[in-house]
Design a protein around this ligand. Structure first.
Ligand code: UDP
Length: 334
């Protein structure tokens, strides 16, 4: 049996494909290459370029390959973009997920893992959000993902598919072996932006908001290394095969946060470059702080993260960016 990875040519998806391939699983990738890159994929992995909302393409893929698991990454992921283009986000992230889940039901797919997000919580009152915390997304991005969780919960109850939603916190870093990482232009995520500034790929970076009610006035996020996130999916695959539950949802994060200033400090320290940081006002849709309670994933799925260090995430992100930009190998490695 095979695993279909949607968005498999993207940052997280390509790391997932590598891990599945390493584990000897049969993998098929579906990606429209709107942001993904074909060269992040191993040539031997079957690749279909297309849209996850295309019913006839999905029927063709499910008929051709014996797929028993779908891991669904394909989505638009930029919170401020979702504020200016909510309908685009609801179409891509919610409506098309509906088409994909419908195809899974039609073709009797047994297992489904969904990339959900910490953005489903919004401005949480609690210190560390756990899975039962209030769900009050403050961006269309968060809402677009939460609706998919609900579709999966109800579909699992009605049709017997077993589904797992992993709520990602802020994913960072790159494959420690240097095979894949965050790529592409127009980056908006903090660590990649700061790394690009450190490597001279942009003249400066901008810090959005220094007046939040946090320890240093800048937003706090729970950064998780992409390899640990992928390990959580592998635990999830095993869990779905044994679990009697139809639908489960877990946070995926370490349970501690770093501020924007702390991230910038780490990138400056590890790169050895004091790049320029401009200060601007708050960015639309940004909550002040999101930290996870990540205990349930460890307890129920046996997740054992092994890259729980902001500096390590930054080091791997720097190594990857240097490699992609054809810069000299990074000399501050440890
Ligand atoms: N951020 C920033 N400058 C940037 C990119 C991000 O100050 O160039 C801040 C952003 O406002 C937020 C935090 O870094 O407070 C994390 O943003 P990111 O886009 O990485 O992830 P998000 O939490 O929005 O998914």
């Amino acid at each position: 049996m095979a695993v279909l990875v949607t968005g498999g040519a993207g940052y997280i998806g390509s790391n997932m494909v590598l891990a599945l391939h390493d584990r000897g699983e049969r993998v098929i990738v579906l990606d429209d290459l709107s942001t993904g890159l074909r060269d992040l994929l191993l040539p031997e992995v079957p690749f279909v370029q297309g849209d996850i909302g295309d019913d006839s393409l999905l029927d063709q893929i499910f008929t051709t390959h014996a797929i028993d698991t779908v891991i669904h990454f394909a989505a638009r992921i930029v919170v401020p973009d979702s504020v200016t283009d909510p309908l685009g986000y609801y179409l891509n992230n919610t409506v098309k997920a509906h088409r994909l889940i419908s195809a899974c039901v039609r073709h009797g797919v047994g297992h489904f893992i969904f990339s959900s997000t910490a953005a489903v919580y919004g401005e949480s009152a609690s210190q560390a959000v756990h899975e039962a915390s209030d769900l009050k997304p403050i961006s269309p991005y968060g809402t677009s993902k939460l609706m998919v969780e609900w579709m999966l919960r109800d579909t699992a109850a009605a049709h017997g598919i077993k589904a797992l939603a992993l709520r990602y916190f802020n994913v960072a870093g790159a494959d420690p072996q240097g095979r894949s990482g965050q790529s592409g232009h127009n980056a908006t995520h903090l660590i990649k932006v700061a790394v690009e500034a450190a490597l001279g790929l942009r003249p400066h970076m901008t810090l959005f908001g220094a007046d939040y009610p946090t320890r240093d006035g800048t937003c706090i996020r729970d950064y998780v290394h992409v390899s640990d996130l992928i390990a959580a999916h592998l635990c999830g695959l095993d869990y779905l095969k044994q679990s009697p539950k139809g639908f489960s949802v877990y946070n995926c994060a370490y349970g501690r946060g770093a501020s924007v200033l702390e991230v910038i400090d780490s990138v400056k320290r590890i790169s050895g470059v004091d790049f320029s940081v401009l200060q601007a006002g708050r960015r639309a849709g940004d909550p002040a702080s999101i930290i996870a309670d990540g205990q349930a994933l460890r307890r129920d799925l046996g997740w054992q993260p092994c890259h729980d260090s902001l500096d390590e995430m930054v080091r791997h992100a720097l190594m990857w960016e240097r490699k992609r930009s054809n810069l000299q190998p990074y000399s501050h490695q440890s």
